[in-house]
Design a protein around this ligand. Structure first.
Ligand SMILES: Nc1nc2c(ncn2[C@@H]2O[C@H](COP(=O)(O)OP(=O)(O)OP(=O)(O)O)[C@@H](O)[C@H]2O)c(=O)[nH]1
Length: 367
């Protein structure tokens, strides 16, 4: 399924916990023998999603190769990390038929798309599509306000806020860059609420962009792959259409890379500076219920956006995997997985780590 001679690459972006990993796992299961390479960019020290996928015992899991980029946000490590990985994949005797890249929930997609104009990559790979996964349930609850008027009111009311919050900017950038928007977690809301979310989002995406809803990211492979958007040639349209002050200062710089390895998003604020992540070793919990309650409490602490990892439960041989987003905590036992208690906590910079550690019973932070 190459476009001309070029290998198509699908970029999966979306906010923390929206369901990117879930969607990709479904995609790989339905890959019908296609050789798909997966590049995972995980924010923080522990490539947890990558190890989940590597450890995928599913015989249908068709990931040809999983490559993890764990050195932080793609938008700052394009030159050092992402491009060499791409070059390595392309140099293989049997290169992949399709490349899927899962960006960290905190990454801007635009710098990554621009990296496809890099000399060593642009003749061999093209962006097939940018898929932006959204948590429709969170949006229905207004947890990421898309309403500009409401945002303006909020900013006006708070002197401390002199610019739109990074989370909002990031969210808009992820939407503006999309070729396909997936309203995921549709199972958690009513069809009325979903219709409202769809209407709000459609005002924020480019005209040609499809918006689909999904449950657990289950979508036909034909919807996800083969969009042939060549996004790298279309960057002007993918910049923010909401002109923020910081953009006006610097203008829109959509030049192609010329090979000097300067980071191409210097005109952007580095949004990820406003986030932090920690890997915490945690001791065993007496029961799964007790563990879930503590994780839920920790999620409610100011600044905490996401908790995931593995926990040891007294009397259980298998570790309990944990996924927490907003007010939802999911757990399951994973036989065969490494059984040490470790949680990744991701949140806004300045979150109260001591409170988080106290709640989760962690005494240290992993090196
Ligand atoms: N109810 C429901 N839960 C979902 C759906 N999709 C994903 N989830 C759950 O939401 C949580 C987060 O999903 P992930 O796929 O890990 O999200 P992600 O976007 O990869 O998250 P990060 O890696 O933190 O950026 C997991 O507990 C999933 O099981 C869905 O459609 N419905």
């Amino acid at each position: 399924m190459t476009i001309g001679q070029k290998i198509p690459a699908t970029i999966v972006t979306g906010f923390l916990g929206a369901g990117k990993t879930t969607l990709i796992r479904n995609l790989l299961k339905n890959a019908d023998g296609r050789r798909i390479a997966l590049i995972v960019n995980e924010f923080g020290d522990m490539g947890f999603d990558g190890s989940l996928m590597n450890g995928c015992a599913d015989p249908d899991c068709a990931a040809e190769e999983v490559v993890e980029l764990t050195n932080g946000c793609i938008c700052c490590t394009v030159a050092d990390d992402f491009l060499p990985t791409m070059e390595m994949l392309l140099a293989r005797d049997n290169p992949p038929e399709h490349i899927v890249i899962e960006t960290s929930g905190l990454a801007l997609p635009q710098p990554l798309v621009r990296a496809f104009s890099w000399p060593s990559v642009k003749t061999k790979v093209t962006v097939d599509g940018v898929v932006t996964v959204l948590d429709a349930a969170a949006l229905a609850e207004g947890r990421i306000a898309l309403d500009e008027a409401a945002l303006e009111a909020q900013r006006a009311a708070d002197d401390a806020l002199d610019h739109e919050s990074p989370v909002e900017e990031l969210f808009h950038d992820q939407l503006t860059c999309a070729d396909l928007v997936v309203l995921n977690k549709a199972d958690l809301i009513s069809s009325d609420a979903l219709a409202k979310v769809r209407a709000k989002i459609s005002a924020d995406v480019r005209d040609s962009v499809h918006i689909v809803s999904s449950e657990k990211g289950t979508l036909p492979i034909e919807v996800l792959l083969g969009r042939q958007s060549a996004a790298e040639h279309d960057m002007a349209a993918r910049h923010e259409h909401h002109h923020h002050d910081h953009d006006d200062d610097h203008g829109h710089d959509e030049h192609e890379h010329d090979g000097d390895h300067d980071h191409d998003d210097e005109h952007h604020h580095h949004h990820h500076d406003d986030f932090e992540s920690h890997v915490l070793p945690v001791s065993a919990f007496a029961s799964l219920k007790a563990a879930e309650a503590k994780v839920l409490e920790a999620m409610a602490l100011k600044g905490v956006l996401r908790i995931k990892g593995a926990l040891v439960i007294d009397g259980k041989a298998a570790p309990a995997m944990v996924q927490a987003v907003g007010p939802r905590v999911e757990t399951w036992f994973a036989a065969g997985a490494e059984s040490s208690g470790r949680l990744v906590v991701i949140g806004l910079k300045g979150l109260d780590l001591e409170d988080v550690k106290t709640l989760l019973g962690s005494t240290a932070e992993a090196a």
